[in-house]
Design a protein around this ligand. Structure first.
Ligand SMILES: *Cc1c(COP(=O)(O)O)cnc(C)c1O
Length: 341
């Protein structure tokens, strides 16, 4: 079967760049939702712990349970229906109604809508929300927001940043009034973190940058990151393709001369998006993926026993007119993973 290699030294490189920018390793919460963007939840969690990371972010309680013993705190972005309670879990409230859904004593982070208008409560509902938490015996441990344009050259980032400064002031005022301790504040994802001169929140939620990618405007001060994941295929069969013979569905590739080709066990069934036989796609060694990609295999002008299909998905994301996030997150979770130091 196809397999994934996770490069630990690249991962540690990224984590040290990120921790330095955040100001401290303790401020870094690694976002491991959606099977760690396809990299493997448990594999990435254990490496992050080895590096010294203490906080993680996931989408559901089910994901959080799998890594409960690995981190000191786990932020759960969108799952208020679960009955489970843990000291380690901190559940995000995306609307006022969420307050009624949680078991007593749950640790709660309030998400505030500072301009993205997707999830989160309004700034002028903060007092109502915090009072609601007190009534239901829920612990306010964090207040957060999310930027809509941190990766783009626009002033929206600064506008939302200012809104969040107002949120901090307002939360501090309410907490003092109610004799509550001040919660942790956090706002930045990967692209936002690298737009700050001096990062002054208590936490940063870093997803894509830890995996080695950051697709932001070239004029920003972008760090050098190294992709962690590479996808490998094992050889199924080798043959000689004679001049003018064609390979695969739709006969999209035609041999201009006699050539040796092999099939490898990677296809769109593994979450490697289908190439249509028109766009050129080369492997890191310079071999070419020939014709269309099938469900369970693809053809390459090579006869190595194993071949690295990609070790950086930036170009592939362009070919598919999407972002790096989607390329790795789509990988089939069943693909075995190997950690290489
Ligand atoms: C997914 C997510 C992140 C991580 O974003 P990246 O761009 O991958 O760093 C951070 N915060 C929230 C709320 C998210 O949903």
């Amino acid at each position: 079967m196809a397999y994934i290699v996770l490069n630990k030294s690249n991962y540690f490189h990224n984590l040290s760049v990120i921790s330095k920018k955040a100001g401290s390793i303790d401020k870094v919460a690694v976002v491991l939702k959606d099977n760690a963007y396809g990299h493997g939840l448990l594999e990435m969690a254990s490496m992050a712990k080895e590096f010294g990371i203490k906080s993680a972010v996931v989408r559901t309680c089910e994901e959080a349970k799998k890594i409960e013993t690995i981190f000191e705190q786990i932020l759960i972005l969108a799952d208020t229906k679960s009955e489970s309670y843990s000291h380690t879990f901190h559940i995000v409230i995306n609307c006022l109604e969420d307050i009624q859904r949680l078991p007593e004593n749950t640790n709660v982070h309030i998400k505030v809508d500072t301009g993205m208008h997707r999830n989160g409560i309004q700034i002028d509902s903060l007092e109502e929300a915090i009072l609601g938490l007190c009534k239901r015996n829920l612990n306010l441990t964090g207040v957060m927001t999310h930027y809509r344009c941190a990766d783009e050259l626009s002033c929206d980032f600064f506008w939302q940043r200012n809104n969040f400064i107002q949120v901090k002031k307002e939360v501090k005022r309410i907490c003092e009034k109610l004799f509550l301790s001040i919660p942790k504040f956090h706002s930045a994802n990967s692209s936002a973190l690298f737009r700050f001169k001096n990062y002054d929140d208590d936490l940063t939620r870093v997803g894509i940058a830890q995996y080695g990618y950051l697709e932001t405007h070239p004029s920003f001060d972008n760090p050098i990151l190294k992709p962690v994941l590479s996808l490998w295929g094992k050889k199924i069969a080798t043959r000689e393709l004679k001049k003018n013979q064609r390979v695969g569905y739709g006969a999209m590739f035609k041999a201009e001369k006699n050539m040796i080709i092999s099939t490898y066990d990677v296809g769109y069934g593994d979450g490697f998006f289908r190439l249509n036989g028109v766009d050129k796609c080369e492997t890191p060694k310079g071999y070419e993926i020939l014709g269309r990609v099938s469900m369970d295999c693809l053809s390459i002008n090579c006869e190595d026993e194993e071949v690295c299909i990609y070790d950086d998905v930036t170009k592939l994301a362009k070919i598919h007119n999407t972002i790096t996030y989607e390329i790795t997150t789509s990988l089939n979770p069943n693909i075995p993973k190997v950690i290489k130091s």
